[in-house]
Design a protein around this ligand. Structure first.
Ligand code: ADP
Ligand code: MG
Length: 697
């Protein structure tokens, strides 16, 4: 076998299992399987005493015998219970499936090794479906050391590809004497950082003998993963800077100055001014700007966006602001058109529901250069939209835009426009370095004056009566209330039903008030009408899905009730909360959840009640997520899951990897030195896997 041998030919796999591995994990070759690293290890180097066991433990190993076995319950709750003892205390081993087989196999008063995860049932500890094997030399030997666990899917499990099976196949591969695992990092880097050689690292990560060896192996593999990501990003950035010169905006002109003097509705915060200076320096430099603007919800990014547009049109260029939803684009349009009205600037809106006639007129105005600022949704990146000279593009709430969509903006001009990406989801530094490795970052870290922190509480479903009393008292004071329901695509129908039930309930509880409902499946006209009733204060309560997550601005709304809050991620909760607290009044966010929630969910909701700081929340979010949490990764904007590195905990390795990559490219920008051939080859491999970190800007 070698690394490119098809997975099918590994003894025990064959064509059927191979097809599942390809479909579920994109594992085609022996090398692919070896780079599926275990997501956790269980220490089987010792036996625990039953008296040490608690239900918070991970997998453990016990030694002892069964003293009694019996079937309990009937029908679906029929189970086999074996009372197991290590000579001092007792624990139940429980099986719900395969009872007959287990019952026949097990003997009373024989010594066994039991392996599994303790949990609590009533006041007794038990282990459900443990692994159980006779206690003998061979089994002790086989189970010693750290046992790896691999990510699998439901489909894999159904096809005999559970973690145990993967472990067996990996062992088979690694014991093949012909297998050769080449080094994938340049020698001097391996030496400089005292990294474990690749071949050894691969062996040790799958079959570690002890913890020390394992962490050395993991460090090596993490370094490699992060290093190639950084190398790819920095290289692409350099290539791009060579290829494209940016537009120069030499002047701060009339529009900008007049707006600043005459139209600014408030004094800019120090942070807003600083960010504008940073942007000004970029667009005056001759380099194309690629800047990420981070600012918490309500920190005042819109006005910065507008003033960037003014910089562009002062220099004879057009500007575009792109928002992820129609509602948000419309709101931007309304507030910006209002603010620049005294300046006589032509601003227009282009979305999916713009009428054909308007659309055509807007398109020709854009192409002829009569139109200065265009605000819109994805509609802006359609091929039919052509610009006369697009100089500045601002993308709001970027995490909603895919990489490919952003890349299309580049083709709108021969010279790419300056790009400002705005996000309200503060991104921890390590993540920013990885996702936006080539973007410069500006931060608005100051809220406009006079904002009161939002008071956040976590209630369980059984406190609904007091929640309703609270809502009542707020509305009596003239305030408005949001009630948000989760909408998760797989079960859209069910979600919609929850939403509708919630809507009906609010109308029943508060017949004296107007309640409106908004969700993504409504006709745009109906949705807009409902939104408008809330925005203009005609309706006191809005029951909605997360369509309101982004950007909606109703300063009079002071209560945000989030239903089934356990189903939202931290950053989404934070975004939703940002819909209130926009006026001068004290605002509240109430997180409703069922009583039965997992510990980490409880922790997540607790963090929300403790802080309003988006950066803290983002860090906590990253820390709570395990490295193998693919859903979480998508949510945070990573284009794919990292195989082994963890951005929450590997900040230092990342920093080192980035520095090395940078120095290396400064020294050899084309990677043409012979000792760097290995780098070019690895980058090609990454590209083959469609991991192109360079276009993510
Ligand atoms: P976000 O960063 O979430 O997009 P917005 O730009 O929508 O925030 O601003 C939130 C609110 O704060 C708006 O009503 C806006 O007019 C107001 N605002 C922005 N900057 C300032 C400031 N410097 N002083 C007072 N109010 C401000
Ligand atoms: Mg905004």
């Amino acid at each position: 076998m070698n690394l490119s041998t098809s997975i099918e030919y590994v003894p025990g796999i064959g064509p059927k299992k191979a097809a599942v591995l390809i479909g579920e994990m994109s594992v085609r070759t022996v090398g692919d399987l070896l780079s599926c690293y275990p997501y956790k290890y269980v220490d089987r180097s010792r036996f625990y005493m039953i008296s040490e066991c608690t239900d918070t433990m991970s997998y453990i190993q016990l030694r002892g015998k069964i003293v009694r076995m019996e079937k309990r319950g009937e029908g679906r709750s029929l189970r086999l219970v074996a009372v197991f003892t290590d000579g001092r205390s007792f624990i139940d081993l429980v099986w719900f499936k395969g009872l007959r087989f287990v019952e026949e196999k097990l003997r009373l008063n024989t010594m066994y090794i039991v392996f599994g995860k303790p949990s609590r049932f009533g006041d007794r500890l038990n282990i459900a479906h443990p692994e159980i094997e006779p206690l003998n030399e061979a089994n002790i030997e086989k189970n010693s050391g750290l046992q790896p666990f691999y990510n699998t899917t439901e489909k894999m499990k159904n096809n005999f590809l559970a973690s145990n099976a993967i472990r067996k196949f990996v062992c088979t591969i690694l014991s093949d004497r012909d297998l050769f695992i080449p080094e994938t990092l340049p020698e001097d880097i391996v030496r400089q950082f005292a990294l474990m050689p690749k071949a050894e690292a691969v062996r040790c990560v799958h079959c570690p003998v002890n913890g020390e060896q394992l962490s050395a192996a993991r460090r090596r593999l993490k370094f490699e993963e992060l290093f190639y990501i950084q190398l790819s990003i920095i290289r692409q950035t350099k290539l791009r800077e060579q290829k494209y010169k940016g537009f120069v905006f030499p002047v701060i002109g009339d529009y900008f100055n007049r707006f600043y003097r005459e139209c600014l509705p408030f004094e800019l915060t120090g942070a807003q001014k600083r960010v504008l200076r940073e942007i000004r320096a970029d667009v005056g430099s001759g380099r194309q700007m690629n800047r990420l603007l981070q600012g918490d919800v309500g920190s005042g990014k819109t006005i910065v966006a507008l003033m960037c547009c003014l910089m562009a049109i002062d220099n004879g260029f057009q500007a575009a602001i792109m928002a992820p939803t129609e509602i948000l684009a419309t709101q931007h349009y309304q507030s910006i058109a209002e603010m620049v009205r005294p300046l006589g600037i032509d601003v227009r809106l282009l979305t999916g529901s713009t009428k054909k006639r308007d659309r055509e007129e807007t398109a020709s105005a854009l192409e002829e250069g009569r139109l200065q600022i265009i605000i819109g949704t994805h509609a802006l990146i359609e091929d039919t939209v052509k610009f006369h000279n697009l100089g500045m593009v601002i993308i709001d709430e970027q995490h909603r835009f895919g990489v490919a969509q952003r890349a299309r903006l580049w083709t709108k001009n021969v010279v790419p426009p300056h790009i400002l990406v705005m996000t309200a989801t503060p991104i921890p530094r390590t993540l920013a370095m990885t996702i936006y490795g080539d973007l410069d970052v500006s931060v608005i870290d100051e809220l406009p004056p006079g904002r009161k922190p939002i008071a956040t509480y976590h209630y369980f479903d059984n406190s609904r009566a007091s929640l309703n009393r609270f809502i009542q008292s707020q509305i009596e004071q003239g305030r408005q209330v949001y009630v948000v329901y989760p909408l998760i695509q797989e079960s859209e129908k069910l979600d919609l039903k929850n939403l509708e039930t919630g809507y009906a309930a609010m109308r029943e509880v508060f017949p004296q008030y107007v309640t409106v409902m908004v969700h993504g499946k409504m006709k745009p006209a109906d949705k807009d009408a409902a939104m408008a009733r809330f925005v203009f204060g005609e309706a006191q309560i809005m029951v909605a899905t997360t369509v309101i997550e982004v950007g909606v601005n109703v300063p009079n709304a002071t209560v945000m009730v989030i239903e089934s809050a356990e189903r939202f991620g931290l950053s989404q909760l934070h975004q939703l909360r940002g819909r209130v607290g926009r006026g001068g009044e004290q605002s509240y966010c109430i997180l409703m959840s069922s009583y039965k929630i997992a510990d980490d969910t409880r922790r997540r909701l607790q963090i929300m009640t403790e802080t309003n700081d988006g950066f803290q929340i983002a860090e906590a979010d990253l820390n709570l997520r395990g490295p193998g949490d693919i859903e979480g990764t998508v949510q945070s904007g990573l284009p794919f899951a990292l195989r082994i590195a963890n951005l929450a905990t590997d900040g230092r390795i990342l920093q080192a990897a980035r520095t090395v990559a940078k120095d290396l490219l400064d020294d050899d920008p084309e990677l043409s030195k012979p000792e760097h051939e290995i780098l070019v080859r690895q980058l090609e491999l990454l590209k083959r896997d469609k991991i192109n970190w360079g276009v993510i800007s």
